[in-house]
Every structure is written in structure tokens, then in C-alpha cells.
Ligand binder design. Structure first.
Ligand code: SAM
Length: 184
């Protein structure tokens, strides 16, 4: 079974339901302000942004608001339950600049050099997002001068080193806990 099929699995969607509730909980918002964290990624109005592994949309709505009407946010996740939830949130917020896509981020189906910024927020490390496959795909879709911004769980300190070792991205800065990279 591939990642696409796994994302449709009823059992998997049921198992991940409690995780989804925790991801969008008030406690999380209280501990971590998503807008402040996103500001660390320096999103500009009008940009085309890919949020890979959007989950239940903790960062999706505030990111879309920062991007504004002239930009576009592609919110991508493999789990059907999560993409449904994000679509509902987007609709409830009346946002027209978000495309919710149920798809494997290792094979986004997006055009090459079509994205100004990739957001990998709270998704690394994840067994179904191995860096040796994820980074080349992110590199492919990002525009030549584009950026990749990563917010990591505190236990994932080795990830920034692995990104540099890939030779596909150079480090720019760390702001509000967000690591920013430029595409090589
Ligand atoms: C820990 S959650 C974080 C969700 C969200 N970014 C947040 O911070 O609330 C990781 C997410 O990555 C998604 N994911 C895992 N592997 C993926 C893949 N290969 N392609 C797209 N999404 C994936 C999972 O379904 C899950 O929603």
C-alpha cells in the first residue's frame, strides 16, 4: 500500500483522530502562537506557499491570512480526515486563496519552480517523510530564489544538519524558532 492509499485508510484516519484534536487544541494555541511562529518564516503577501503536512490546519488559516488574496497557499496532507477538516476551516474562514490537496508530499504533483516558499511545520522527523526523498522534491518545486522554512519539535536537532548535508539548501537564519533556508 502506498502513502496515498494509506491516507484513505479508515483505520488510520480513526487512529490519527485524537492526534488531530491535540494538534488544534486550545492548549497548543496557548503554548504556541501560530502567527508568531509563522512570522519567523517571513511570509510575504502575494507569495505562493506550499505547506507540506498541514495536519488539521493549526498553521494553515494564519498562513493564508499572511499571504493575502493575491497569493496562494497549497495545504497538503495525505490523511483524508485531516484534509477534510482543513477544507471546512478554510470555508468557515471564507478564504479563497487556499488549495487543500490530499497528496503525498514526496510526490507533490506541483510544477517545477512554482513555489516561493515551502513550510515544513511540525512535520519533521516523520517516518513517511524521509529527508532523502522529501528534500529533492521540495528543491524541485521551489523557485530558484525560493525559500524553505522549518519549525521542528525540540527533539529533532539533527534535522538542520541533515538539510545542510543534502547540499540542496543553504541556511539563512533562525527566527521565532523557525529555520530558514535558501534553495541552492
Ligand atoms: C505531527 S503532524 C503536524 C501537522 C501540522 N503541520 C501541525 O503542526 O499541526 C504531521 C503531519 O504530516 C502528515 N504527513 C506525514 N507524511 C506525509 C506525507 N508523506 N505527505 C504529506 N503529509 C504527510 C501527517 O498526516 C500529519 O498530518
Amino acid at each position: 500500500m502506498n502513502t496515498e492509499d494509506l491516507g484513505n485508510s479508515k483505520i488510520l484516519n480513526l487512529l490519527f483522530k485524537p492526534a488531530g484534536i491535540m494538534m488544534g487544541s486550545r492548549l497548543r494555541k496557548w503554548i504556541m502562537n501560530p502567527v508568531k511562529t509563522l512570522q519567523g518564516a517571513d511570509i510575504q503577501p502575494g507569495q505562493t506557499v506550499l505547506e507540506a503536512g498541514c495536519g488539521t490546519g493549526f498553521f494553515t488559516i494564519p498562513a493564508a491570512e499572511l499571504i493575502g488574496d493575491q497569493g496562494c497557499l497549497v495545504a497538503m496532507d495525505t490523511l483524508l480526515e485531516y484534509t477534510k477538516r482543513v477544507s471546512e476551516k478554510v470555508q468557515a474562514a471564507g478564504l479563497k486563496n487556499v488549495r487543500v490537496v490530499k497528496r503525498d508530499a514526496l510526490d507533490t504533483g506541483l510544477d517545477a519552480a512554482s513555489i516561493d516558499k515551502v513550510l515544513l511545520f511540525g512535520v519533521l522527523p516523520f517516518p513517511s517523510l524521509p529527508l532523502n526523498r522529501l528534500l529533492p522534491e521540495m528543491h524541485r518545486v521551489i523557485k530558484p530564489e525560493g525559500r524553505m522554512s522549518i519549525w521542528l519539535f525540540p527533539v529533532s536537532g539533527w534535522v538542520p544538519k541533515s538539510i545542510l548535508h543534502s547540499g540542496l539548501f543553504t541556511y539563512i537564519s533562525r527566527q521565532n524558532g523557525v529555520y530558514n533556508y535558501r534553495r541552492c
